[in-house]
Design a protein around this ligand. Structure first.
Ligand code: GLP
Length: 246
């Protein structure tokens, strides 16, 4: 694992945007795996600014988002469809047909999961997967559990995640109990992985990701098995790492 520690959220976001833009400059038809949550927002803003300055071109980029809530309409303000459109896609020159987000509204949800996997394969596989991390070490919506899913699947959210994510909803009762997420195997098949984390609340999860046992109780710990993972952190998220790891 390559670990980069930045002073604050702003410089973390700038570094992450440079990392993603560098990938697109080297391979304009990059297949990008994308994440939602508050963490990558700064990176998306930086990429939008880079696009406006004509430093990066998304016209050939293909994207696959990691996850979506189950049974939340696409135009719901908390859906990840809405989040991605408002915070990123509508500001750049990506082609509509190149955007993929799991459809949590699909009638045949198992068929939708299989189709999502097939589409990733058909695109040639993910070149760079951007990840955030949950306070409990979840990636995408792969929650700590006895067993983890390999492929895209419908999963139950943990009480902890429902509580943490309820900050975006009016009450915890409104948070969907289930979500569709790309599985652990699909994440680990990405050629490169970039994980972003900021703030003290993520420090334990980052410690367990980097130097804990590989365990299904900390899904992010499986990243230790991948040959090309970069972590870009702010100081607070890195605060429980020993200096010789950085
Ligand atoms: C959600 C998403 C994850 C994300 C996590 C962290 O649960 N499914 O993909 O990494 O939240 O969110 P935040 O960046 O807001 O802390």
């Amino acid at each position: 694992m390559r670990i980069i520690v930045e002073e604050d959220y702003e410089s973390m976001s700038k570094k992450a945007a440079l990392f993603v833009a560098g990938q697109i400059i080297l391979k304009p038809d990059t297949v990008l795996g994308l994440a939602t949550g508050s963490t990558p927002l700064g990176m998306y803003n930086e990429l939008i600014e880079m696009y406006k300055r004509e430093e990066v071109d998304f016209s050939e980029v293909i994207t696959f988002n990691l996850d979506e809530y189950y049974h939340l309409p696409h135009d719901d303000l908390q859906s990840y469809h809405y989040f991605m459109k408002e915070n990123f896609f509508k500001h750049i020159n990506i082609k509509e047909e190149n955007i993929h987000i799991p459809d949590g509204m699909a009638f045949d949800i198992e068929g939708e999961c299989r189709e999502y996997e097939r589409a990733i394969e058909a695109s040639g596989g993910i070149d760079l997967q951007v990840l955030g991390i949950g306070e409990n070490g979840h990636i995408g919506f792969n929650e700590p559990a006895e067993q983890l899913n390999v492929y895209t699947n419908l999963v139950n959210l943990t009480e902890e995640t429902i509580k943490v994510n309820s900050r975006f909803f009016s009450s915890p009762e409104e948070v969907p109990q289930k979500a569709v997420t790309v599985g652990m195997g699909t994440i680990l098949k990405a050629r490169r992985i970039l994980l972003l984390a900021n703030g003290e609340k993520k420090a334990e999860a980052i410690r367990d990701t980097v130097c804990g046992y590989v365990t299904t109780q900390v899904p992010s710990s499986f990243l230790q098995l991948h040959p090309d993972v970069t972590l870009i952190l702010d100081k607070a998220a890195a605060s429980l790492l020993y200096s010789d790891m950085i």
